[in-house]
Design a protein around this ligand. Structure first.
Ligand code: AMP
Length: 283
């Protein structure tokens, strides 16, 4: 498997693939790859001639007090895991390669879709995500790009960007991969102390129970949010950032009674680690 570090080299590689008529699947990641990432790479392997995995801890999507410096970086282990899952190439540029100038172009989806949920506590986050993903789409020219439902708001924001900027890319959204005990896999789980790791199980457990209540006929949005808040608050180590429900697609506000497809999403701090999780509710 090839590791490509520069814009010039990825362009050359992609030009070559295109001239041979090969389809390209792109899996954008920030590295510290786990089974969640592997599931995206495996899906890309099945559906494309060539699979490019980008590994780039994108500075523009981190706020000034966030964990950019501490974010785990382990390119050798990532290369092994990506290769096992079926990647042909890892594209691992430096920040300077992706952002060559202090003066720069942003790609920003405006409106409530980037202001609710994670957008409220991370106001510059999605502008960073859309900017880097737009750059990656231009470089890799993928036929399909793979993202996880774990970052459900991100997928909605990227769908908006792809539609508005006429990117000729099919977005493939893959289910959340979880640990055996239910915790959603995340590169940030390594930050958790053993006690926080145990406490964090309240998220998947509560979301699962909320879904059972919805399926059992509880369609009152406020009651569902209240149930999730109360349950998560019962865990002393959990500090809630948000518990919210939005309509899918588009993250529009909900009416009091739920009829359709919804995202029930939470962000909760355990110590200094902020975890997100969600469940889709569909009647
Ligand atoms: P990240 O490296 O955290 O930026 O994630 C890269 C991609 O992997 C994003 O599309 C995530 O949604 C996806 N991803 C992260 N964790 C999981 C998971 N547990 N299950 C499925 N996809 C995931």
């Amino acid at each position: 498997m090839k590791i490509i570090r520069t814009v010039a080299d990825i362009r050359e590689y992609v030009r070559c693939c295109k001239s041979e008529g090969k389809s390209i699947g792109l899996v954008p990641t920030m590295g510290a790859l786990h089974e969640g990432h592997a599931s995206l790479i495996e899906a890309a392997r099945k559906e494309n001639d060539v699979v490019i995995v980008s590994v780039f801890v994108n500075p523009t999507q981190f706020g000034p007090t966030e964990d950019f410096d501490a974010y785990p970086r382990q390119l050798d282990a990532d290369a092994q895991r990506a290769e096992q899952a079926g990647a042909d190439v890892i594209f691992a540029p430096t920040p300077k390669e992706m952002y060559p100038s202090v003066d720069m172009t942003w790609v920003e989806v405006t409106g409530d879709i980037t202001k609710v949920l994670c957008g409220r506590s991370r106001p510059i986050h999605f502008r960073g995500v859309t900017t880097v993903v737009a750059k990656l789409f231009h470089l890799a020219q993928p036929n399909r790009a793979y993202f996880g439902l774990k970052d459900a708001q991100q997928t909605e924001v990227l769908r908006r960007m792809v539609t508005d900027l006429f990117f000729d890319v099919e977005l493939r959204i893959m289910p959340i991969i979880r640990e055996a005990d239910g915790l959603a896999k995340s590169s940030r789980n390594v930050y958790l102390s053993p006690a926080e790791r145990t406490a964090a199980l309240i998220l998947s457990k509560t979301l699962r129970e909320a879904k059972e209540k919805f399926v059992g006929g509880l369609h009152d949005a406020a009651a569902l949010v209240d149930f999730v808040r109360t349950n998560i608050s019962s865990e002393p180590l959990a500090d809630i950032d948000y518990v919210e429900i939005y309509q899918l697609p588009g993250l529009l506000p909900v009416k009091s009674s739920l009829k359709g497809k919804y995202l029930l999403a939470v962000a909760v701090r355990f110590g200094t680690t902020r975890l997100i999780d969600n469940v889709i509710l569909e009647d």
